[in-house]
Design a protein around this ligand. Structure first.
Ligand code: F6P
Length: 551
């Protein structure tokens, strides 16, 4: 199918057909669909090497899927997949290729971008990073007093923090027993101060992780770490205790870090897609090169599936299209991520950045204003804790809230039968959200309670659950480096596909800049007496700060 200009997607016949189809099918209840289609699960699940996506608990018919796939074809999804994979500069506003998938290619592969084999570059850095990680892990890399490193502090924010932090947490069973990794991101001094309180400078290694190496939060934390370190050691000792991960060699050197201790990556790796690069160094240190390579393999397995499977059985494509169905055609505003795994508790935060920084856009890649809703608000919390926090709204509130349940089938921590309890809760929630509880069922329950007719009338509406609340379930055999790699790449591709459908450039983030500019303007005004020319609220807040600030 010929490529269209993306600002046209909402004028295509399939767009109109999807709106019409939504109106014609919105009364359908999933409980009835399951009753009519005993093979619904069999038809609506996809499996890839230990990862199962059950998408049957969605407001979908075969026709919905046909139309959504037609939409993907109309948006030339296959063409955009090839453009991304081949290293075309699809990040048009920054004139960059988008090649996080190249970070997961094997050494034997090659991919030329502007005459350079990026796969060779990737593996050169990986080898250096692996050798460094091994030296620290084996106790060959020593601190300034000759002691081995016991603590690693990653100083980064956004993509230079959330991805590695999440992966590190998720892979706790694989950690080196004598190495602790800490993540400091917030410019709130509490974060660095409380972390440093626990540490011994002689045995601490700092990783300054910043793609640009200009991010103020990270630079301030790095300066604080360096000042703290220099209270105990000399400038010459910095080389043993500070390394950098960045694309900006000059700024790293100016900061005082030996370029020999810098692990580079490239402008074709977006911050939120960078965990697979040297930004994953804290993870490599914690789990070791062998496990990190398995994580990369998992990502590659998902890439191969994504780039080759027909759309009708393609996990990222299906998840993306189902998301578009609710966002664009049902007007759902949010999408919840519920990992039923304590190790994955930071996954919602990582996906939040991945998705919202990528697809939180109101203009298309040509700068044209989009006339429809794009990226949803991503939120979530680990199960089962979330059940006791916000599930009431999912069950009996007034909002449509599509969600993903991520449930490992096996646990690394067999405590009595607690894992089975966790899984039972996850499955039960998806069932309850889908089925709901109708009047006959609620009445049957109330009938056992010996209540008056008046009491039953009052309680009955409160005991009803409308159901028809959609969810995907991702059943993961066990949370391993490989399965986590697949999961993460799955969400990256899902976000990409949605961006393609909506005609968005998912790889820039101009919206983050404006707040940074204003903060830079306000900062000096907080502590000088300069006349203020903001709006009355901002002026008032600055004046209030001036009157309260004690330092
Ligand atoms: O939040 C904006 C952002 O640019 C992210 O995209 C990025 O991951 C983060 O800041 C940190 O940037 P850097 O790695 O350059 O310090």
């Amino acid at each position: 199918m010929a490529a269209i200009r993306y600002n046209d997607i909402n004028t295509t016949p399939v767009w109109a057909k999807l709106h019409q189809h939504q109106r014609a099918t919105r009364h359908l209840h999933m409980r009835d669909l399951f009753a009519q289609e005993p093979d619904r699960f069999d038809r609506m699940n996809v499996q890839l090497d230990g990862l199962l996506l059950d998408y049957s608990k969605n407001r979908l018919t075969e026709r919905t899927l046909e139309l959504l796939i037609e939409l993907a074809e109309t948006a030339d999804l296959a063409g955009w997949m090839q453009r991304m994979k081949g290293g075309e500069r699809i990040n048009v506003s920054e004139d960059r290729a988008v090649l996080h998938t190249a970070l997961r290619l094997p050494r034997s592969a090659s991919l030329e971008v502007d005459g350079v084999d990026v796969v060779r570059q990737v593996h050169e850095v990986l080898e250096r990073a692996y050798a460094f990680a091994d030296a620290v892990r084996d106790g060959r890399w020593l601190g300034y007093t000759g002691q081995r490193i016991t603590d690693v502090v990653n100083l980064g924010i956004g993509g230079s923090d959330l991805g590695p932090l999440m992966v590190h947490e998720a892979l706790a069973p694989y950690w080196h027993p004598a190495l602790r990794v800490h993540f400091v991101s917030n410019v709130d001094g509490a974060h660095i101060a409380r972390t440093l309180q626990q540490l011994d400078p002689a045995t601490t290694l700092f990783i300054v992780a910043s793609k640009s190496f200009t991010t103020p939060e990270t630079r301030l934390n790095a300066e604080a770490a360096r000042s703290w370190f220099l209270q105990y050691a000399g400038v010459a000792d910095i080389a043993k205790h500070f390394v950098a991960v960045s694309t900006n060699r000059e700024a790293v050197t100016t900061f005082g870090i030996d370029p020999a201790n810098m692990f580079p990556f490239w402008d074709w790796v977006g911050g939120r897609y960078s965990t697979w690069s040297a930004i994953g160094l804290p993870v490599m240190l914690a789990i070791g090169p062998k496990c990190f390579a398995e994580f990369l393999d998992g990502g590659r397995a998902m890439d191969e599936h994504f780039f080759s499977a027909p759309f009708s059985v393609n996990m990222p494509v299906l998840m993306a299209l189902i998301g578009v169905w609710y966002n664009t055609f049902y007007g759902a505003h949010t999408h919840a991520i519920m990992p039923y795994d304590h190790g994955l508790r930071r996954l919602p935060a990582h996906i939040q950045q991945l998705d919202m920084e990528s697809n939180g856009k109101q203009v298309g890649r040509f700068g044209e204003k989009l006339d429809f809703d794009t990226g949803p608000v991503i939120w979530g919390e680990e199960g089962v804790n979330s059940q006791h926090a916000f599930f009431q709204l999912l069950h009996q509130g007034t909002r449509l809230v599509p969600s993903d349940f991520i449930v490992p089938m096996n646990s690394h921590y067999p405590v009595d039968h607690q894992h089975a309890v966790l899984v039972a809760n996850g499955f039960a929630q998806t069932e309850a959200l889908m089925r709901g509880k109708n009047e006959a069922e609620a009445l049957a329950e109330l009938a056992t309670l010996n209540l008056s007719g008046e009491q039953i009338d009052m309680l009955l509406p409160q005991k009803l659950f409308p159901g028809n609340q959609p969810s995907n379930t991702l059943a993961v055999d066990k949370l391993t480096p490989r399965s986590l790699g697949k999961l993460l790449a799955l969400y990256e591709h899902k976000v990409f596909v949605q961006g393609v459908i909506w005609g968005i450039n998912s790889f820039d983030q101009w919206g983050v800049e404006y707040g940074k500019q204003l903060a830079a303007k306000i900062l000096p005004q907080l502590t000088n007496e300069q006349a203020l020319s903001h709006d009355a609220s901002t002026n008032g807040l600055i004046a209030h700060f001036r009157s309260c600030y004690e330092q």
